[in-house]
Every structure is written in structure tokens, then in C-alpha cells.
Design a protein around this ligand. Structure first.
Ligand code: C5P
Length: 305
């Protein structure tokens, strides 16, 4: 009888919102310089890896349409596994299974967080103990948001988003996260940004936002939320503006499109406030998700030898 390995590792990896997203003039490499404030929010994908003879990927969606997630070698989680193996000169394959709760192509870093999760899961499965700095470099190769997904919490992002510095914050924040039907392509939103804003100033993190985070003041934080990509996202999906207005009229401290959209997020005072807003917006915009923040980055939930 052939012995089957029972080894498996499961990692939980969070969604992110951008509290601030300042975007500069497109660089020669096609990326835009960013000054962003990331926050990891309590909606998690689970990424489970097992040893296998060849790489494979299955995606199971819990309340999420996963039809558009590629399951071939182009999937970012599989590319993460491959990159880590190559980095260590390892000839190993994995079976990856993703339990998806983060809306796809929504501006919530769902694909990036699966890649961060796969990096950490494979590192644990293969017993590599890759130094944190190296893991962060591999993460940056995979995508601009991937390093933050390893770090979690609340953090400043610079460069093209891949240079991550944890931020001082106090308190808990409650979000209503409202996915929109169908995703938006990140490159398409950046292209629209370029079209709408031919000359742009150097992006900066708003000081007022950092002060609000240090004070743990949700009202001040709500007033300082900002996203330079929002105009472009609204141009491509005008219906989003109606949701933003309805959320603000419903009492949210602040509302914005997160990242390249089309998900809109609403900052509330506490869980009850977020649930009340959820009830108010559900008839017109669907139920959305109530999420606490900040939460941890990609983290091993189960490791079986
Ligand atoms: O880094 P990532 O692969 O997530 O980026 C996806 C696309 O988003 C890039 O190909 C680029 O078009 C755009 N992008 C950008 N500037 C950034 C990050 C992403 O223009 N800082």
C-alpha cells in the first residue's frame, strides 16, 4: 500500500481596506507611487496546503462568487508556492485549497492575501523558516499588496505599496463592507486615473488621519478617509456614488471606495452601529459584511505533521 502523507497547513489571511490612498504620477515601470494607509479587516480567506505530486488548486466560495478566480498556474497563490520553492531550490508540489469569503476583484486584496497565505502555509509545510525579510521580498515580487497581507494591523504603504511600516493606532474600528456586483480590474482603474488626472502631485499620507488613528477616534478617522482612485472607480461604476451617499445619510462616520473598488466601505462607531447601517442599506445594496479592524495578517491556524 502506498502511504499517503497527512501533512497539511491552514493559514487565515485577511482582507484589507485603504483608509488613505494617495496616488502619484505613473512610473516608467507602469506602476504608480503610493502613499497609503492599509488596515486589515476581519474577513478572512483560509488557505490550506498539502504535499502533492503536482500543483493543483481548488477554490470554494462561501457567499462569494468564485467563477472568475483562475485555478491554473496563473493563480497568485499557486505562483506564491512556486516562487517559494524556486527560491529555496526545492522540488516540491502542493495541493492548494482556498476557502474564500473575501469578494473577488473587489479592491479588498483577496487575491493578494491568498498569495500571502500560500507563502506562509508552504513555508510552514516545507519547514523552511524563511527569514521574515526574505518572505517580504518574495511577497513584493508577487504583488504590491501582498507584503501588507503578511503584516496586517494598520500600516503605511509606500513605493508601489510594497514598502510597509506598521502604524501606531489605538482602539477598534467597525466597518460595513459592501461588495458590488462584478469586480473592477485594477489596471483599468489606474488607467482611468491617468486619463482623468494627467498631472499629479507627490502623494502624501494625511497627518490628520495618523492623529485620528493614534487617538482611536472613529469620527475623526471617518472625516479623513480619502482615495485618489475613487473618481476613476466612480467613472467606471457610477452606481457606487448612490451607495456612498446612502451610507453617509445613514450615519456612517465616513465612506469610500476601497482600493481600486468596486467595494464601498463605511466606518461606524461600533458593532451595533455597523449592524444598524447594514439593516438600512440591505434592501437597496445587499447585506454586505460587518467586520472589525484592525486584525492580524496571514497567520497559521493549523499545522499537521
Ligand atoms: O502589484 P499588483 O500586481 O497588484 O498590480 C496590479 C496592477 O495594478 C499593475 O499591473 C498596475 O497596472 C496597477 N498598479 C499600479 N500602481 C501600483 C499598484 C498597482 O499602477 N502602485
Amino acid at each position: 500500500m502506498i502511504e499517503q502523507s497527512t501533512a497539511q497547513v491552514t493559514v487565515s489571511s485577511p482582507a484589507k481596506v485603504n483608509l488613505a490612498l494617495g496616488v502619484g504620477q505613473v512610473r516608467d515601470d507602469g506602476f504608480h507611487p503610493l502613499a497609503t494607509v492599509y488596515q486589515a479587516v476581519g474577513i478572512f480567506d483560509d488557505i490550506r496546503v498539502r504535499p502533492a505530486d503536482e500543483d493543483s488548486l481548488t477554490v470554494y466560495g462561501e457567499g462569494v462568487d468564485v467563477a472568475d478566480v483562475p485555478t491554473d498556474g496563473s493563480n497568485l497563490a499557486l505562483r506564491a508556492a512556486r516562487l517559494l520553492a524556486e527560491h529555496h531550490g526545492l522540488d516540491a508540489a502542493v495541493e492548494v485549497r482556498i476557502h474564500k469569503r473575501i469578494p473577488v476583484a473587489g479592491g479588498l486584496a483577496g487575491g493578494s492575501t491568498d498569495a500571502a497565505g500560500a507563502l506562509l502555509a508552504c513555508d510552514t509545510l516545507w519547514g523552511l523558516r524563511t527569514p521574515r525579510e526574505e518572505l517580504m521580498e518574495l511577497a513584493a515580487e508577487l504583488g504590491s499588496d501582498v507584503p501588507f497581507c503578511l503584516v496586517g494591523g494598520t500600516a503605511l504603504g509606500s513605493g508601489r505599496g510594497e514598502v510597509v511600516t506598521p502604524a501606531m493606532t489605538r482602539g477598534r474600528y467597525w466597518w460595513l463592507v459592501l461588495p458590488a456586483d462584478g469586480g473592477l480590474s485594477t489596471p483599468a482603474v489606474y488607467a482611468e486615473f491617468d486619463r482623468l488626472t494627467p498631472t499629479v502631485a507627490e502623494p502624501e499620507i494625511p497627518e490628520e488621519m495618523l492623529a485620528a488613528l493614534r487617538a482611536g477616534d472613529a469620527v475623526r478617522l471617518g472625516a479623513s478617509l480619502t482615495n485618489d482612485l475613487q473618481r476613476a472607480a466612480l467613472q467606471l461604476r457610477p452606481g457606487l456614488e448612490v451607495a456612498l451617499t446612502a451610507g453617509l445619510e445613514g450615519g456612517a462616520h465616513g465612506a469610500l471606495v476601497t482600493g481600486s473598488g468596486p467595494t464601498t466601505v463605511f466606518l461606524c462607531q461600533d458593532r451595533e452601529h455597523a449592524q444598524d447601517l447594514q439593516v438600512l442599506l440591505t434592501p437597496d445594496f445587499g447585506p454586505g459584511l460587518v467586520a472589525e479592524a484592525p486584525v492580524h495578517g496571514a497567520r497559521v491556524r493549523e499545522a499537521r505533521a
